[in-house]
Design a protein around this ligand. Structure first.
Ligand code: AMP
Ligand code: MG
Length: 356
C-alpha cells in the first residue's frame, strides 16, 4: 500500500480502466442505459477503488459509498506501512522486541496472514517489508528499479535464519488487547497482500449496513460482488497479464463472490533482462520465479482470497494445484509465462484470450 501514486503506479490504473470498460460494456449492451448503477472511484491504499451500487437513489448511494470509502481509509490509516502515524509503521520502526497493543482488526489480519504463511510453508510471508525496501518497492512501485547488492539480500536472509519461528509474535492475552512484537527488522510487516482484501470486505459490509445488497467494489486487482443489477449479472473481467488492453477471462456473476488477482504485471521494473516484480519468494529474497504470471482466487470473503492468490503465485502451478486441493470453497485460475493455463472446475468465468 502506498500513500501516494508514483509514476509507475499509474500502471495500476490500467486494470481499473479495463474493468470499468467491461462493466460499461455490460451497460451498453442493454438497449436503455441503466441509470440505477451508480459508480464512484477514489484513490486509496495507493490504487484506485471503484464502488458501484445498483438501484439506490443517487443521494442515498452517495452517502453509502462515502461510508464504504471511510472504512477503507480507516483501515489504511493503521495497516499501511508507509503512513508514519500508522500502527504498522510504529511496530516496524520500534526497537526489536518492543510490543504494541493492537486493535482486534489488526490482530485478525496478522493472525490470518500467519495462518496462510504456515499453510503455504512460507510462500505467503507478511514480514517482507525490509526486503521490499531493498528492492525499491517501499512505496508500492519503484521510481527507478534497482536490483540490490547480493550481499544485502544475503544479510537479510541470515538475519532471518538467526531466529526460529515466524519472527512476528501475536499474543492474545485473556484480559486486554492483543499484542504484536517483532524479533528483528528483518521481519518488518508488509500487509500489502492481505489488508486490501480485508478493506474491501469491510467496505461491502459498510454498504450492507446501509441496506445496500446489490453492489460491486473493485480495488487493486481485487473485487467483491453482491446481488445483481435488478436480476442481471455483474460482468467482471480478469486482465490479460501481457496485454493491458485485453480481458483474459470474463464472468457474469449474480450473488455473493470475492475474487483476488495477483500478477507480475502489476508492479515491476526490468533489470538484468528479467521482470523484477513485486511478489517475492522469501527463500531466495528475490521476485518469485515460480513460472506463474497471474493467479486469481474466488472465495466468499476477500481477505483470505487475497492472501491465497499471493501464496499460490509463489508456489507455482503444480504446488499451487496441490495446495488448493486441501482447501474448501477456494476456486483458482492460473497462467504461466509459457502460456499454460488452468482453472478449477468451480471457477466462475470463461477464457477469452490466451496469455501470449
Ligand atoms: P498481491 O497483489 O495481493 O499479490 O500482493 C502483493 C504485495 O504483497 C506486494 O506488493 C508486497 O507488498 C507484498 N508481498 C510480496 N511478496 C509477498 C509474499 N510472498 N507474501 C506476502 N506478501 C507479499
Ligand atoms: Mg494478495
Amino acid at each position: 500500500m502506498a500513500t501516494m501514486m508514483k509514476g509507475p503506479a499509474l500502471k495500476k490504473m490500467a486494470p481499473w480502466v479495463l474493468l470499468l470498460m467491461v462493466i460499461g460494456f455490460g451497460l451498453q449492451r442493454q438497449k436503455t442505459p441503466q441509470p440505477e448503477v451508480h459508480s464512484v472511484t477514489h484513490l486509496a491504499m495507493g490504487t484506485l477503488f471503484t464502488v458501484s451500487v445498483w438501484g439506490v437513489p443517487e443521494s442515498a448511494a452517495d452517502a453509502a459509498v462515502a461510508q464504504a470509502f471511510a472504512r477503507i481509509r480507516d483501515i489504511e490509516s493503521w495497516a499501511s506501512r508507509q503512513i508514519k502515524s500508522s500502527l504498522v509503521y510504529k511496530i516496524n520502526h520500534a526497537p526489536p522486541s518492543e510490543f504494541f497493543h493492537v486493535p482486534e482488526e489488526l490482530a485478525l489480519i496478522v493472525e490470518t496472514a500467519l495462518k496462510v504463511k504456515t499453510l503455504s510453508h512460507g510462500a505467503f510471508d507478511p514480514g517482507l517489508a525490509y526486503l521490499l525496501d531493498l528492492w525499491g518497492f517501499g512505496h508500492g512501485a519503484p521510481d527507478v528499479g534497482k536490483v540490490p547488492d547480493k550481499k544485502d539480500i544475503q544479510a537479510w536472509l541470515e538475519a532471518r535464519h538467526r531466529k526460529s519461528g515466524d519472527g512476528i509474535h501475536l499474543d492474545r492475552p485473556k484480559n486486554g488487547a492483543p499484542t504484536i512484537r517483532l524479533d528483528d527488522p528483518a521481519f518488518a510487516l508488509d500487509l500489502g497482500a492481505i489488508a486490501k482484501g480485508y478493506a474491501l470486505d469491510q467496505a461491502m459490509e459498510a454498504l450492507e449496513r446501509t441496506g445496500i445488497h446489490n453492489a460491486l467494489i473493485i480495488g487493486g486487482g481485487d473485487m467483491i460482488i453482491a446481488g445483481s443489477k435488478g436480476g442481471k449479472p455483474w460482468r467482471i473481467g480478469i486482465q490479460h497479464p501481457r496485454d493491458h488492453d485485453k480481458v483474459m477471462a470474463a464472468a457474469e456473476v449474480v450473488g455473493h463472490m470475492a475474487m483476488a488477482t495477483s500478477g507480475d504485471y502489476e508492479r515491476f521494473f526490468m533489470a538484468d533482462g528479467e521482470r523484477q516484480h513485486h511478489i517475492f519468494d522469501s527463500r531466495t529474497g528475490t521476485p518469485s520465479r515460480s513460472g506463474l504470471i497471474s493467479v486469481s482466487v474466488q472465495m466468499d470473503k476477500l481477505m483470505m482470497a487475497d492472501a491465497l492468490s499471493t501464496a499460490i503465485f509463489v508456489l507455482g502451478m503444480e504446488k499451487g494445484q496441490e495446495f488448493v486441493k486441501h482447501l474448501k470453497g477456494v476456486e483458482v485460475l492460473m497462467v504461466t509465462e509459457k502460456g499454460e493455463r488452468w482453472k478449477s472446475p468451480g471457477f466462475q468465468g470463461q477464457w477469452l484470450e490466451g496469455p501470449q
